[in-house]
Design a protein around this ligand. Sequence first.
Ligand SMILES: [Zn+2]
Length: 181
Amino acid sequence: MKFCSHCGRPVSLKTPAGDHLPRHVCEGCGTVHYQNPKLVVGCVPEHEGRILLCRRAIQPRLGYWTIPAGFMENGETSQEGARRESREEALAEVEIGSLLAVVHVLHADQVHVMFRARLAVPQFGVGAETSEVMLCDEADVPWQDIAFRSVDFALRQYFEDRRLGLEQHHFTTFDWRKPAA
Ligand SMILES: [Zn+2]
């Protein structure tokens, strides 16, 4: 960040009084521009034992498979966000179920929240950010071509819980930050 989004003057990095981290502080109006993790919400839609996967038509990880997921918007719950992403990416109407996974992705400053979901009717299509959508048995999941490690984690926990007849929630952390120079 170089300029203040309020007044357009330059910002500089300094630790405000009483704070514990350097922030972008406007030299003009004094606004402190905080940067906090972004929330990504998604779901694993199931229909008669098969799950819905989307092939990405955009970067990053173009051509790889994922579940419907994306950045949460202001004014919606995480469940509403996951439903919206299913609509946008897979043209699918899903009913959001229990919490599946919370993944802290420290190197990307993101938290991924994934739910179980039900696709009542097998109606879906190719959304704007997607090149292909499929319903897939566990045996056919393209594990080598899953777009994101958080999605791989959520899917593995999903199938493991299903075998156990449980709907647990799972937490994990990925941290690929480079050590400080
Ligand atoms: Zn300013």
